[in-house]
Design a binder for this molecule. Structure first.
Ligand code: UTP
Length: 452
């Protein structure tokens, strides 16, 4: 312990972070060693370099070249070709070649829900949580292909316990417990505006999850990647928790990706207007990349084709398929760190907890989509927003539980009308169809409707 204490002293002195040991002598032995352990895991050199960049307002001015990446959509294919995608996708699922990877370690600060986002009930008649909706889609597919699809869930230090407990309490929503593996992503320390690492308690560094891009290292370190290799899994369907309409492990998308002969594919929706704040999938310096709306020059972002459609229109919805071989090659590689100016809870020099009203420091995150620039090429499948994208980001207004709920109810009503139910009998009614009954609007005959 003495050795470690000395190492910690050396580090905090070297990097001018002495305040981290301010309360050390008042702590009991367990707390002392927890604090020393935390200090020894921090890469102070990295933190210092980033802080210097922030201070100098250093933005890498690089001339990027953009080229559109053409997304296909299923309507471009004949029925025979579409059926072929479906068959190939279902076969891959039935042969255990595909696993699902859910990244659910986010803090969901905009939603402001007290608990993991997946436990959130968006107000559907069934009151199902996002986790339940998604697991039930997997159950439906598993029943169809007669094989359970392995599910890997990345959580974070903040929500791991509550996530696992929620699954237990709900009996894993009927999915076999043995098919689900939970593991935590890593954390990064947070700093204040003077570059000082923040304490969340007298013996604790204020850590924050290292961004959804932490999912590749987490996959490797947790043993999940090894588990996939041992099981012969070749493809990973990777997605985020906050899309209430996500088609988890969509067989068409899997078949489409396999037929593309590329190591990765993304589902995208059409960008609504040039300034919409979404990441866009295109080529950047001849590599596939998802670029932030602010990164593409305005004149390029507003270019349209002869039909008036935006040329840079592939809006990212965090819905990807990646080959496990590709993931293996990149899982240890460094990704760029992104900096976010945020409100961060901390304790002050008197040990008093401070809940700031305005951003007071910086968090550091890796972004999942930065790995696409390590590829030579990838495929893209454009799908309809109203059918596959119901984001739950904000507590109200745009992309909120209310808009997500409406999207689901509208879609399910449409499914019934397509299945032959008379529109007039559905008027004014809320229609929700269980994912255990129908995945795409298939398998409907007007029965099994949850109606109020
Ligand atoms: P967001 O970027 O929307 O972040 O996450 P968030 O943390 O959920 O919400 P805000 O920004 O605090 O309001 C997109 C997806 O990436 C996951 C989220 O759980 C979500 O599925 N994510 C995000 C992680 O798994 N880990 C992270 O560190 C950040």
């Amino acid at each position: 312990m003495n050795d470690e204490f000395n190492k910690a002293i050396e580090l905090v002195n070297k990097y001018k972070q002495e305040h981290l040991l301010r309360f050390y002598h008042f702590l009991n032995n367990d707390k002392k060693s927890a604090l020393i352990n935390d200090i020894l895991t921090i890469d102070f050199e990295l933190i210092q370099n980033i802080y210097n960049k922030i201070r100098k307002n250093h933005i890498e001015e690089k001339e990027n070249q953009f080229k559109p990446l053409i997304a296909n959509s299923l309507k471009m294919y004949s029925d025979e070709e579409k059926n072929n995608f479906y068959k190939i996708g279902m076969n891959a699922l039935a042969n255990g070649k595909v696993a699902v990877y859910l990244v659910a370690g986010g803090q969901g600060t905009r939603l402001g829900h007290n608990g993991p986002k997946g436990t959130f009930d968006i107000g559907l008649p069934s009151r199902k949580s996002l986790f339940q909706l998604q697991c039930e889609r997997l159950i439906y597919l598993s029943n169809k292909c007669k094989k359970y699809i392995p599910l890997y869930i990345m959580t974070s230090i903040e929500n791991h316990h509550d996530t696992v407990s929620f699954f237990k309490e709900h009996n894993y929503f009927g999915y076999p417990k043995s098919m689900i593996m939970f593991f935590k992503q890593k954390t990064m320390p947070t700093i204040n505006e003077d570059g000082k690492v923040l304490l969340s308690d007298e013996n604790k560094i204020a850590m924050s999850p290292n961004g959804n891009g932490g999912c590749f290292v987490a996959l490797k370190d947790s043993g999940a990647l090894g588990d996939m290799k041992a099981k012969g899994i070749e493809w990973l369907f990777l997605y985020g928790i906050d899309n209430a309409l996500v088609r988890v492990a969509d067989p068409y998308f899997i078949g489409f990706t396999i037929c593309s002969n590329k190591p990765a594919a993304s589902k995208v929706v059409e960008k609504k207007y040039p300034e919409e704040k979404v990441g866009v999938l295109c080529y950047k310096n001849n590599k596939p990349a998802i670029v932030e709306y602010s990164e593409i020059p305005k004149n390029i972002a507003s270019e349209v084709d002869q039909d008036g459609k935006l040329i840079y229109s592939n809006a990212n919805i965090l819905n990807h398929i990646l080959s496990v071989d590709f993931i293996e090659t990149i899982a240890g590689k460094p990704l760029p760190l992104h900096i976010a100016h945020k409100k961060i809870e901390y304790i002050d020099e008197h040990g008093k907890k401070i809940l700031p009203i305005n951003p007071n420091g910086y968090k550091f995150e890796y972004f999942l989509f930065d790995i696409f620039e390590m590829l030579d090429d990838m495929a893209a499948l454009e799908v309809k927003r109203e059918e596959e994208f119901a984001p739950v980001k904000n507590s109200e207004g745009e992309d909120s539980p209310q808009t997500a709920k409406e999207l689901i109810l509208n879609l399910h009503k449409k499914w019934l009308i397509n299945a032959g139910v008379d529109n007039t009998t559905l008027k004014e009614k809320q229609i929700e169809i269980s994912p255990l009954v129908s995945y795409y609007g298939d398998n409907l005959s007007g029965k099994s409707i949850n109606e109020i």
